[in-house]
Design a protein around this ligand. Structure first.
Ligand SMILES: NC(=O)c1ccc[n+]([C@@H]2O[C@H](COP(=O)([O-])OP(=O)(O)OC[C@H]3O[C@@H](n4cnc5c(N)ncnc54)[C@H](O)[C@@H]3O)[C@@H](O)[C@H]2O)c1
Length: 267
């Protein structure tokens, strides 16, 4: 499999085993990527990731996506280590439950810092080197923003997360207009329920907030909300990232693609 042959990618939020970022790194490498830099705030699993992927075409970097200095360091390191950059996956994300009465301004800001401003900073620092190599590929360079079906579905108990993912959709649209002339396609992926550590934590938060009777009840009812009657695996959604990053998606930009098992179709 060589759909990403010679491509170099940065994937944020890829430091947690079993999550979407890790699955994306795995499939980018399987598709022949020349270099994948996984980054994450948490670095406790860095060695386990390197053991899994090897160190020839893979590197891990500790990274706070909300930090401008961290972005500059990660991009410089990627250019030094692999000689360029073609793909950015803005995948790092976090959620803090709360309605307007309970959520503090600080926690609202923190959510925006990671989910929205992190992607803005990634775009700011990665687009110039991606543009430099865009003409090398028929599909140009690619930026993939990981939004959510939350971008479209209001939820009284999770206003910061839903607002941040909705704004990330608009960041995708604006930057697709800005960067298209430079050969960079920018798209957003909107996951529905993907069985990762984040979703398992969300089940607990939702039940604590009174939205479901228990985490198990949340899991059962959320799975049942898909016409397919189940949640997705990270590996299933990772295939979509390969598609969007590859020449197969050469005329796809500014698009929002749902990977939600039809959950959003009820809205
Ligand atoms: N799993 C789902 O059902 C689902 C649904 C919709 C959207 N999403 C989105 O998909 C993305 C990946 O989520 P996941 O399910 O794999 O969850 P996850 O929690 O396993 O992955 C998110 C990663 O982002 C990292 N992170 C958090 N703050 C960071 C920061 N400041 N800097 C760098 N890294 C940081 C976390 O450490 C974590 O490893 C997120 O953006 C999430 O909002 C997931």
């Amino acid at each position: 499999m060589t759909r990403l042959k010679d491509r170099i990618a940065i994937v944020t939020g890829a430091g947690r085993p079993g999550n979407i970022g890790e699955a994306v790194c795995a499939q980018f490498l399987e598709e022949g990527a020349a270099g994948v830099v996984a980054t994450d705030l948490r670095d406790g699993e860095a060695q386990a990731l390197t053991d899994r992927f090897g160190s020839e075409r893979f590197a891990f970097q500790p990274h706070d996506v909300a930090s401008e200095a961290d972005w500059q360091r990660v991009v410089n390191l990627t250019l030094e280590r692999f000689g360029g950059l073609d793909i950015l996956v803005n995948n790092a994300g976090m959620g803090m439950s709360g309605d307007s009465a309970k959520l503090s301004l600080e926690n609202f800001r923190k959510t925006m810092d990671v989910n929205l401003y992190g992607a803005f900073l990634g775009t700011k620092y990665c687009a110039p080197p991606i543009a430099e190599r865009a003409a090398m590929h028929t599909g140009g360079g690619a930026i993939i923003n990981v939004s959510s079906m939350a971008a479209y579905m209001p939820n009284a108990h999770n206003i910061a997360y839903h607002c941040s993912k909705s704004a990330l959709r608009m960041l995708t649209l604006c930057t697709s207009k800005e960067l298209g002339p430079q050969g960079i396609r920018v798209n957003s992926v909107h996951p529905g329920p993907i069985m990762t550590p984040l979703l398992k934590e969300a089940f607990k938060r939702y039940s604590k907030a009174g939205m479901y009777a228990s985490p198990e009840d949340a899991e059962r009812r959320i799975a049942a909300s898909s016409p397919l009657g189940r949640t997705s695996t990270p590996e299933e959604i990772a295939r979509l990232f390969v598609y969007l990053a590859s020449d197969d998606a050469s005329y796809i930009t500014g698009t929002a693609i749902a990977h939600d098992g039809g959950v959003g179709s009820v809205f």
